[in-house]
Design a binder for this molecule. Structure first.
Ligand SMILES: Cc1cc2nc3c(=O)[nH]c(=O)nc-3n(C[C@H](O)[C@H](O)[C@H](O)COP(=O)(O)OP(=O)(O)OC[C@H]3O[C@@H](n4cnc5c(N)ncnc54)[C@H](O)[C@@H]3O)c2cc1C
Length: 473
């Protein structure tokens, strides 16, 4: 592609080959346009692969995009049982990997290629004349460090939020010393595979889980199981609120039975003294401990975590910290793009008030498409998990409808773009019998008027804004 290639002959860039990015690529192909997909990970769906040990709460029938199915069917692909709840790993193995390997998509996906900037050819953010008819310039960096510029007609940013978890510290800022502890791997990813891939990092060690959402509950339960097999394992749990009860739910009386079961298991672990709970804690400092013993025996803690509480300062000596404090979007590579974002949740302005977790439970956002997701920058869209900014209630099915509409708009078919095609069932997509944060209550209604997860809106400061979409491992 050169600078003289007509705009309409340029490809559509898609940032991130997660479920929504791959669906976007399938819709681009269905519209006879060319997708150019950049994925920073070593394989498509790299983020889902990282949480592959977690079970989804939405069954297969809501996890497969229509245009993607059209690409898969001729390959002999066998569609999984629609009522089955896959794990993240199964989502990749039975759907996303075969989709990425279809002849139409295989050559279009560039793995180990990170988008580091998006702009308009020859125009920084301040230049207006002719902007909408100017190709986008997408700058990438591959695993060898090589930088390349690509000219494209439209950009769909589906890069998710997995790589940018919220910090541990107060006021949305990292605690002092937190970045170095993360760098050293002592503050881990939000959903480590405690009983599998990451077992050795936790076995026989003291782990502090921070946060009061269901990721915290899931990780605490996994650590509880590990503790039974590895008796030296210690578990602490710090929350900002004064009562962990909001995480336990209502037990047997809980309107969400699976949530109740998850909470009941967690309550038992706490009441049995297997988990030390620290309430009303605001973490201020994370410091590497000075070793005084031998690491082989793990008698010396690796970190000292300091927190402020109403009763004064607490100091916790631990080896690992698991932060389950939610996610935020990475907007850094969009500096040259004219965005219109809600000042609170950092979602597109029209969408922000509909999903603000301070006011909305899962399940209250209307299906939406290109119009709501548009920015002042023509033909630039943020879709998928990232489109929800800091709100935790995103569903894949919502993302599939977003990209169907966005691609229709990019192809000039505004009528199709405006037609809402998302149909979620009246019983909700979040039902699970494995202890999800989004377990479908018997009364949950997720219709075309109300997509999203089904857990009630968090209340109180104990309910930290993390994804409500994280079921039990
Ligand atoms: C544990 C967990 C369980 C969930 N369960 C469900 C569920 O049951 N049902 C449901 O509907 N939703 C669920 N969700 C919510 C959501 O649907 C998923 O997170 C889904 O993976 C979002 O898809 P995505 O394509 O928007 O983003 P992602 O899956 O995060 O994909 C983004 C991709 O972009 C890549 N990337 C990031 N930055 C760049 C860059 N600069 N350049 C190039 N590539 C980049 C990443 O490597 C990644 O592969 C869950 C989320 C989590 C975290």
């Amino acid at each position: 592609m050169t600078e003289s290639t007509p705009l309409s002959e340029l490809p559509v860039a898609i940032i991130g080959a997660g479920p929504v990015g791959l669906a976007a690529a399938a819709h681009v192909i269905a519209r006879d346009m060319e997708p150019l997909v950049f994925e920073s990970g070593a394989t498509p769906a790299a983020a889902v692969t990282e949480w592959g040990h977690i079970g989804l709460f939405s069954p297969w029938k809501y996890n497969i995009d229509h245009a993607a199915r059209t690409l898969l069917e001729p390959t002999g692909w066998v569609e999984p049982n629609g009522d089955y709840l896959p794990t993240g790993a199964e989502l990749v193995a039975a759907y996303l990997a075969p989709l990425a390997a279809t002849p139409q998509l295989a050559g279009a996906i560039h793995t180990q290629t990170r988008v580091i900037a998006v702009s308009r050819l020859g125009k920084d953010r301040t230049r207006t004349p002719g902007r909408g008819d100017t190709p986008f310039l997408v700058r990438t960096q591959n695993e060898r460090g090589e930088i390349e510029d690509h000219l494209v007609r439209a950009v769909i940013d589906t890069s998710g939020t997995w790589e940018t978890p919220n910090p541990l510290g107060q006021a949305g800022l990292p605690a002092i010393g937190e970045p170095a502890a993360r760098e050293a791997g002592l503050v881990t990813s939000p959903l480590p595979d405690v009983l599998g891939r990451d077992r050795a990092r936790f076995a026989g060690r003291h782990t502090l889980v921070v946060g009061a959402g269901h990721s915290a509950a899931n990780t605490l339960l996994a650590l509880g199981e590990l503790r039974e097999a590895e008796p030296g394992t210690r578990i602490s749990w710090a929350i900002r609120g004064s009562d962990p009860g909001s995480v336990y739910g209502g037990g047997d009386q809980d309107g969400l039975p699976a949530r109740g079961a998850l909470g009941t298991r967690l309550r038992h672990l706490v009441e049995a003294g297997h988990i030390e709970v620290h309430t009303s804690v605001t973490i201020t400092n994370v410091a590497r401990a000075t070793p005084t013993g031998t690491s082989a025996t793990h008698t010396t803690s690796e970190l000292t975590v300091t927190g402020a509480t109403p009763a004064g300062t607490v100091s916790l000596d631990v080896d690992r910290v698991v932060p389950t404090t939610g996610f935020r979007p990475d907007l850094s590579f969009l500096r040259e793009i004219r965005l219109d974002l809600d000042p609170i949740v950092e979602a597109p302005t029209g969408l922000g008030p509909l999903i603000d977790p301070e006011y909305h439970s899962c399940g209250t956002v209307e299906p939406h498409g290109a119009r709501l997701l548009a920015h002042p920058e023509k033909d630039f869209y943020i879709a998928g998990m990232k489109s929800y900014g800091r709100a935790p209630t995103f569903l894949m099915a919502t993302g599939y409808e977003q990209v169907r509409s966005i691609v229709a708009a990019s192809a000039g078919d505004q009528a199709a773009a405006d037609k809402v095609e998302l149909e979620l069932p009246e019983t909700g997509v979040c039902s699970s019998d494995i202890g999800s944060s989004c377990d479908g209550p018997s009364v949950a209604t997720v219709t075309a008027d109300s997509s999203g997860c089904c857990a009630p809106a968090p209340t109180g400061e104990a309910a930290e804004p993390e994804s409500c979409c994280e079921p039990a491992p």
